[in-house]
Write a protein that binds this ligand. Structure first.
Ligand SMILES: Nc1nc2c(c(=O)[nH]1)N[C@H]1C(S)=C(S)[C@@H](COP(=O)(O)O)O[C@H]1N2
Ligand SMILES: [Mo]
Length: 257
């Protein structure tokens, strides 16, 4: 995909955005998953793919395009489905870039959540302080790109409530997360403010277990598994896209589910 003609590319993107608005949500999803394939987009953008390098930059272009389309399509008021507790998957699957036994052991007593970037209040948060904020819980489906999904119950603080408490600049574009296992990822502000995005402290009514992200993870039913960081040690508000661990290896950054 050449960068020489950005206005034309944008026009196509805008046309697409309008076209997508006319479709029902399930049709849009199907369109994104199936029709926006390599061939489909090659036709739309009219570029030729002749060697490995152009394939690579083409795919990066597709992924960036997808980020934009997904960002546009994201409806801050649409809720992901919730389920009865009888449908909770037991035992809940574990996944990380290492084996279960290697999940980090974080000491809850000395834990401090570091907060930085475009926020008014940069003080670090202890676990009891986080527990003092209003708590909610929800039963939602976690979808992993590796081909499994599972229903779980997560409880904690609405992330929008937390962002408000720290005086985050909610006109900023991104929130970045650093985890104690060296995982990292980042999300868009619209998703951060979504009512189902939870700063999660509990799983299935109990303290969040070690392997599922103790002491704290971010749970977003609107995003794929890899966008849900476990063992969060620090978060920051920024206008520079911080990327992510799997995103660095080519997973789509927006990662909507
Ligand atoms: N810190 C950290 N967070 C992470 C990961 C990880 O390796 N480290 N893996 C991600 C992926 S790919 C998935 S599917 C989910 C798995 O969460 P679970 O173990 O609660 O099922 O965590 C996500 N968050
Ligand atoms: Mo995943």
């Amino acid at each position: 995909m050449t960068e020489s003609n950005p206005p034309a590319k944008l026009d196509r993107a805008l046309l697409m955005k309008d076209a997508m608005r006319e479709l029902s949500a399930p049709t849009r999803r199907l369109f994104l998953r199936r029709a926006l394939s390599l061939g489909g987009l090659a036709m739309l953008s009219g570029c030729s793919i002749s060697n490995d390098k152009s394939v690579d930059s083409f795919l990066k272009g597709v992924s960036r395009f997808n980020d934009r389309v997904q960002g546009w399509l994201f409806d801050p008021n649409r809720l992901a489905p919730t389920y009865p507790e009888s449908m909770i998957t037991r035992p809940f699957p574990f996944n990380a870039f290492y084996a279960r036994s290697q999940a980090p052991r974080v000491d809850g007593d000395s834990y401090r959540l570091e907060v930085s970037g475009l926020v008014a209040d940069k003080h670090s948060w202890t676990l009891p302080e986080l527990h003092q904020l209003p708590q909610v819980d929800q039963v939602t489906r976690h979808i992993c790109v590796e081909g499994w999904s599972a229903i779980g119950k997560w409880g904690g603080v609405r992330f929008s409530t937390f962002l408000q408490r720290i005086g985050a600049d909610t006109s900023a574009r991104y929130i970045g997360f650093k985890c104690s296992d060296d995982y990292y990822t980042s999300i868009d502000m619209a998703t951060a403010l979504h009512p189902q995005t939870l700063l999660t402290l509990s799983y299935d009514g109990q303290t969040l277990p070690r392997e599922y992200g103790f002491p704290m993870k971010l749970r977003m039913p609107s995003k794929l598994g890899y966008k849900n960081p476990k063992h969060i040690a620090a978060l920051f508000v920024t206008n520079t896209n911080p990327g992510g661990y799997w995103e660095h290896y080519g997973y789509n950054w927006f990662g909507g589910s």
